[in-house]
Design a protein around this ligand. Structure first.
Ligand code: PLP
Length: 452
């Protein structure tokens, strides 16, 4: 316990009066009041009341290198001192952005050769949608405008990307999804009860059926997360991603893989695509790209998509997509140092080394009376809570279980996230130690016991 911030009460009042929080129940947040996070080191956070928390969610599954990495701070400071901003407009550019684009092409699947650097994941998704539209218009197939994604998928909350997202809160009241948006079932094996081969076959069949229903000549792309994050950490069987990518190619639709969460060692390899040799047409990245030290995302595309857009546009005409802060040099300098830490700094290797301890914590709770399922890959995982293990029945929303779990977790010095009322998600930083997983295990069990 550290000393409390001297102006904590004032901060809570000011927050209540002025700050709109992302994806929050606005009035409920005002009543509850903010928890002000003050500082971080490694996997640990301290809040403004002086309470120490083990962060088992890497911020928002993004601080993969952990807090307090001095070399990242230095990279940002040096770039700010030298040149804090460089536009990408008017044929200008900056060294960190150029080097980052080349580095991303080097480490992502070979199919991807061109990089557009954004401010985060939502903007990367938005860029993908807009540029895919431009691609089909420029290559003489303007009818290909329908998009397919997965139920329970999350692809950010931009005006169009929130349509690809298939979570009710992102549609309710926003007139989403658009009529050109379609979904197929999530590969949620715990609920479908299918074995691995049958689950993969069911997903492939669902994609084929949806494309047949819409007509391949009208379908632009299939977007998916290799592991669905905000939909409840749905881990599909190994081979699922590859099978979906092959099906998309056969169906003549673009395959877009959203590795915003799964990228940068989160599931073991640098990218989830690497585990199955998947060669996507487009890829979206964010989060672990800068580990949250500065905002940045990326949208990568194949040479064929790039050429279709570039060569189909009127000669010399601008492709009207971009922002003042696209390819921001400070974020790019941060990303380059973060990527160095994954590789030369040994963080990817540490993630591999400690992943079995993470798995042991989750699987060790399988026998807990509240736990219906534990699932994980690399350092991404979930516990699904049920009121009855045999029927897999969830909980009455009136119980307010997620708030109770979150509060108990906080009291026990643990930060994780809940999805709906019954799925607890975990995404520890790649710098976690064996001892920290032991602490996680003890605190998580205590938290579950308290809400029994
Ligand atoms: N795609 C996925 C898979 C995500 O998990 C997220 C954010 O959680 C996004 C896109 C949107 O990224 P951002 O929040 O940086 O806009």
């Amino acid at each position: 316990q550290s000393p409390a911030h001297p102006h904590l009460d004032a901060l809570v009042s000011l927050d209540r009066e002025h700050l709109i929080h992302p994806v929050a129940p606005w009035r409920k947040h005002e009543q509850r009041g903010v928890t002000v996070l003050e500082s971080g080191r490694g996997a640990w956070l301290t809040d403004a009341s002086g309470h120490q928390l083990l962060d088992v969610f890497a911020g928002l599954w993004c601080v993969n290198v952990g807090y307090g990495q001095e070399s990242v701070v230095q990279a940002a400071a040096e770039q700010m001192r030298k040149l804090p901003y460089a536009t990408g407009y008017f044929h200008f550019g900056s060294e960190p952005a150029i080097r980052l684009a080349a580095k991303l092409v080097e480490i992502t699947p070979a199919s991807l050769t061109r990089v557009y650097l954004t401010l985060g994941g939502s903007e990367a998704i938005d860029a993908a949608i807009r540029l895919i539209t431009q691609f089909y218009n420029n290559t003489g197939r303007p009818a290909k405008k329908h998009f397919i994604s997965l139920e329970r998928g999350y692809h950010g909350s931009s005006s169009t990307g929130s349509g690809l997202t298939a979570l009710p809160a992102f549609h309710r009241g926003f007139d989403m999804p658009l009529p050109t948006q379609h979904y197929i079932a999530s590969p949620y094996s715990y609920r479908t009860g299918l074995d691995d081969a049958a689950q993969i076959a069911a997903s492939v069949a669902a994609l084929r059926a949806k494309v047949a229903q819409l007509g391949a000549e009208n379908v632009a792309a299939f977007f998916c997360e290799p592991i669905q994050g905000s939909g409840g950490v749905i881990v599909p069987p190994k081979g699922w991603l590859k099978a979906m990518s092959v099906a998309a190619r056969e169906l003549d639709i673009l395959f877009v893989v959203d590795e915003v969460i799964t990228g940068f060692g989160r599931t073991g390899p640098m990218f989830a695509c690497d585990a199955e040799g998947v060669q996507p047409d487009l890829m979206t990245l964010a989060k672990g790209l800068t580990s949250g030290y500065a905002p940045m995302g990326a949208m990568l595309m194949s040479e064929a998509v790039y050429a279709g857009i570039a060569d189909g546009a009127p000669t010399g005409a601008a492709i009207g997509h971009g922002a003042t802060y696209s390819a921001h040099p400070v974020s790019a300098a941060v990303a380059l140092e973060v990527l160095r830490l994954y590789e030369q700094g040994g963080l990817l290797a540490n993630g591999h080394r400690v992943a079995p301890h993470f798995a042991a914590v989750l699987d060790g709770l399988r026998d807990h009376p509240l736990v219906g399922d534990s699932r994980h890959r690399g350092l991404l995982g979930a516990l699904e809570l049920v009121s009855d293990k045999a029927s897999k029945r969830g909980f009455d929303a009136a119980l307010g279980l997620s708030d109770r779990i979150f509060d108990a977790g906080y009291r026990n010095g643990l930060v994780f996230r809940s999805f709906g009322d019954h799925i607890l998600g975990f995404a520890p930083a790649l710098c976690f130690t064996e001892d920290e997983f032991a602490i996680m295990g003890t605190r998580l069990k205590k938290t579950l016991d308290e809400i029994l």
